[in-house]
Each structure stands twice: as C-alpha cells, then as structure tokens.
Design a protein around this ligand. Structure first.
Ligand SMILES: [Zn+2]
Length: 228
C-alpha cells in the first residue's frame, strides 16, 4: 500500500514520456510507454528485399525510431529495452525461428560498456531470452578491440575497423550450436559479419542476425548533439 502510494506520487512528479516522441503519457496508460499516436504510426518492416534467410530487422532506422534508439543508447535509458523488445518479440514470432540454442548480443568494448552503464544490445537479448526461453550467454563472445564508432567510417574502413575485434572466451563453446545474434543498429553488416566469422570458426552451425533497426544511410555520421 505504502509502496503503491509512493509510486503514485513519483509518477505525478515524473510522468512517463512516450519513448518515441517524448509526449507525456496520461496516468493509467503507462504500461506501454508508447503513446497511441506512435503506436499507430510505427511500421514494423515486413519481409521485404532487405531481409533474407539469415537476417531480419524490425524498424528502419529513421525518424522517431532513430530518436528513440539514440536516447536508449546514449542518454541512459535502459528501461527502453522492454518496450523495444516488445516489437522485436512480435517480429521474431512471425519469422518462425525455432530450435535455436543461444541469443547473444553484439558485444561492446568493456570500457565503453562501463561508461555507458550497459550494452544496449545485451539488454534486448536479455528481454528476448526471457520471452522465448532461449538461453543468452554474455561472456563467451567478447570484444577485444576498442574500435572506432562504425558511424564515423565509410564502407571499406568499417570492414577493417572490426577485423579481429572479437574472440571466443572458451574455445569450442559454440560448437554445433544455432545462434541468434542481436544488434541494435545494423548498417553495412561488417560488425555482425565479423562476429559471425568468429562464431563459425568456433563451430557454430547456424547464425541468424536479428536487428532492432537497419540504417538505410550507409555514410551517415551520427551527430549526437541533437538528441533530446
Ligand atoms: Zn509517441
């Protein structure tokens, strides 16, 4: 009772905002953290030519989706993971992906994770693991190179930037396994490809890439000054 009362007071002081457009959400409609308008406007990408048997994504990285993902990533909003994972879960169900052994996130460099407070892709992987029952493992695929942000590089630089950036902690861990790898923003795919190479080298028999979003602008540089 007291806890409920405290929560009520807190929610009056700090009302929830829609994770996409930042509009305040009326009390009593907070379960989604998404306003009605965005809920209706958002488009999940469905089965177009951008996808294939080993790759799918949920949103195009643009407009309100881009804003939300940038806040999720750079402005300390770990709580966004639950809502964003709602959409990933919906899409994953429609893909008919079964019999996978692991859901793992594209790892970020340790120092960067400490500074940011979390790896946003891992938070999504955690949520999807809870909802699908597929196990997530955190310290088997690790990032050993502190690479430059891919968004600052062109297509060719991106591939060499992430070459040898990953390794497996316990060799053979992924032998014969089927893996879903989670990324937050998929652009040219060179980061994920580098992960796939390492996983396949370790004996993985199938890797499916599932991204929250896909950027359509390959050369776009991220300007972080305008995040609100
Ligand atoms: Zn909204």
């Amino acid at each position: 009772m007291i806890k409920k009362f405290v929560n009520l007071i807190l929610s009056l002081i700090y009302p929830d905002k829609c994770i996409f457009c930042q509009e305040l959400i009326p009390l009593g409609k907070k379960d989604r953290q998404i306003c009605q308008n965005c809920w209706e406007k958002l488009e999940i990408y469905e089965g177009g030519k951008e996808e294939n048997d080993h790759f799918a994504f949920v949103f195009e990285y643009k407009d309100i989706v881009r804003n939300a993902i940038r806040r999720f990533k750079f402005k300390y909003h770990p709580e966004y993971a639950k809502r964003l994972a709602d959409f990933m879960e919906l899409k994953l169900k429609s893909l008919n992906i079964t019999d996978y052994d692991y859901i793992i996130a594209v790892p970020i460099f340790r120092r960067k994770e400490r500074k940011r407070g979390y790896n946003q892709a891992q938070l999504l992987a955690d949520e999807l693991s809870l909802r699908t029952g597929i196990k997530t493992v955190k310290k088997q695929l690790i990032r050993i190179k502190n690479t430059k942000p891919q968004s600052e590089l062109d297509h060719i630089q991106r591939a060499s930037n992430v070459k040898n950036a990953f390794k497996i902690s316990n060799k053979g861990y992924f032998k014969d396994s089927k893996i879903i790898i989670i990324d937050d923003i998929y652009t040219t795919g060179s980061t994920v490809q580098s992960c796939i190479d390492v996983l396949k080298n370790d004996g993985a028999k199938d890797v499916f890439v599932f991204a929250l979003s896909k950027s359509i602008f390959i050369h776009e540089k991220e300007d972080l000054s305008d995040i609100i």
